[in-house]
Design a protein around this ligand. Structure first.
Ligand code: ATP
Ligand code: AMP
Ligand code: MG
Length: 179
């Protein structure tokens, strides 16, 4: 499994949609949303991170349990950390990370100003952070990326999804999948 992470709006889903080879992509947030809308009446995926930390952890754990059965080449679209009202919640706490069959970890990022603008221009999602908050979030993610890699002993790659060049980022990711 290759785990792709990054701040909201960095372009994870876009980069994964640009993969040429037929590869199975699973979106962690979609699996969480399916549970959270049934159980807690959440009406859009950007509301999940506003639930209590306890509820988020419960759903997060259930999804990890489902994913623990996934072996081989799967690409997971998820988050290094989730910004909750109580602080950054690790996207992959060690007990959950240990259940996953991880080959490589990838952080998708870009210039903070570009990510900020992408969020503003994307009416389909509600992603609210100031530029300074976004920078802090990206820094936390980079720290967590290294920690997750040390935990699993697997490589950690940072892919820059530059403005207007998501195909290049997809090609870079494709290389990691192929090797
Ligand atoms: P989330 O974590 O909230 O799901 P994400 O990381 O999956 O976010 P996307 O939904 O893929 O982000 O992208 C956010 C917005 O940025 C979309 O409108 C997308 O079209 C745009 N975008 C993605 N990559 C680029 C790029 N390289 N250049 C310009 N716009 C981009
Ligand atoms: P996404 O569309 O990738 O933003 O996913 C929707 C939402 O699901 C995210 O904004 C988070 O609230 C939640 N989510 C996704 N992955 C994780 C994770 N690993 N841990 C906790 N919450 C997650
Ligand atoms: Mg996405």
């Amino acid at each position: 499994m290759i785990i792709v992470m990054g701040v909201p709006g960095a372009g994870k889903t876009t980069v994964l949609q640009g993969l040429k080879e037929n590869v199975r992509v699973i979106n962690y947030g979609t699996l969480m949303f399916d549970i959270a809308k049934e159980r807690y009446g959440v009406s859009n995926r950007d509301e999940i991170r506003k639930l209590s930390v306890e509820k988020q952890r419960t759903v997060q754990k259930e999804v990890a349990e489902t994913l623990s059965h996934e072996k081989g080449m799967v690409v997971l679209d998820t988050h290094c950390s989730v910004k909750t009202p109580k602080g950054y919640l690790p996207g992959l706490p060690f007990d959950l990370l240990a259940k996953l069959d991880v080959d490589a970890l990838v952080l998708v990022t870009a210039k903070p100003e570009d990510i900020f603008r992408r969020r503003e221009n994307d009416p389909t999602r509600i992603r609210k952070e100031t530029l300074e908050e976004l920078k802090e979030h990206d820094a936390i993610n980079k720290a967590l990326l290294a920690v997750y890699a040390a935990h699993r002993g697997c490589p950690a790659k940072i892919i820059y999804n530059m403005e207007g060049e998501s195909e290049k980022a997809s090609a870079e990711l494709q290389k990691i999948i192929r090797d």
